[in-house]
Design a protein around this ligand. Sequence first.
Ligand code: GTP
Ligand code: MG
Length: 262
Amino acid sequence: MGLTHQSCGAGANKESLKGSTTKKADYVIALAGNPNTGKSTVFNALTGLNQHTGNWPGKTVLRAEGKYINQGYVYNLVDLPGTYSLLANSVEEQVARDYLCFGRPDATVIVVDATCLERNLNLVLQVLEITSKVVVCVNLIDEARRKNITVNTEALEKILGVPVVATAARDRIGLNELINAISNVANDRLVTNPYVVRYTEQIEAAISKIEPIIKELVGEKLNSRWLALRLLDKDQTIITKLEELYPQRDSLVTKVGGELWA
Ligand SMILES: Nc1nc2c(ncn2[C@@H]2O[C@H](COP(=O)(O)OP(=O)(O)OP(=O)(O)O)[C@@H](O)[C@H]2O)c(=O)[nH]1
Ligand SMILES: [Mg+2]
């Protein structure tokens, strides 16, 4: 079975907290990032002992969830597998990608390594293509300082169009700012303006052709530009997913295919 919205969506997270807390989760927050950037350290620092682990449905990939409370609201944090990209080249990438697209968390925190930002920003741009509700957590800022690397978080925030918070999670530095940024994005107090990657004229023309067809299928629920890019890539996992989610409308998926690959 794939990761359906029911099995991996925000609703599922809210449900899964039943019995483990007196209150259901108000917000579901995904934690993404390259391997070894400190995701689990952030996760542990925010959730403490309020966490449990299991597997992603149908996969042998570990799923850790935990909760914390901020200003009376319960936040359920989902620690996604560390990935360098979201192209679904591995089961970890597929889990992370499907969760971000179909799970529709209320916000996504991308943990990046301050000592090698350039490599990490690749994933940030990929996540921004899927969701606008993002907070970038520039972790290991202490390591960066040791290496005389300065990260201009304000400039980064302007360019990316989403909040950027510097942290040294192991020492719990910057976590309050992170919690505030998450809250602002999750409850729409802060509306982000994410950087949009523009492709070649040819690709943009193909996107304009098929995006309206996809939008007709998914409405505002899923990101139609991102789905258009995936279909341009002939991504079979996404085609299967759309057919699974919209079985009664699969003719539209065929229509997109007809436009693209005729
Ligand atoms: N100096 C420093 N070390 C950190 C910080 N955050 C995490 N670490 C260390 O970095 C290493 C990796 O941290 P993890 O939290 O396991 O990273 P991760 O992203 O969960 O790693 P994967 O799950 O393997 O992808 C550990 O040794 C942490 O103690 C930080 O802010 N500063
Ligand atoms: Mg980890």
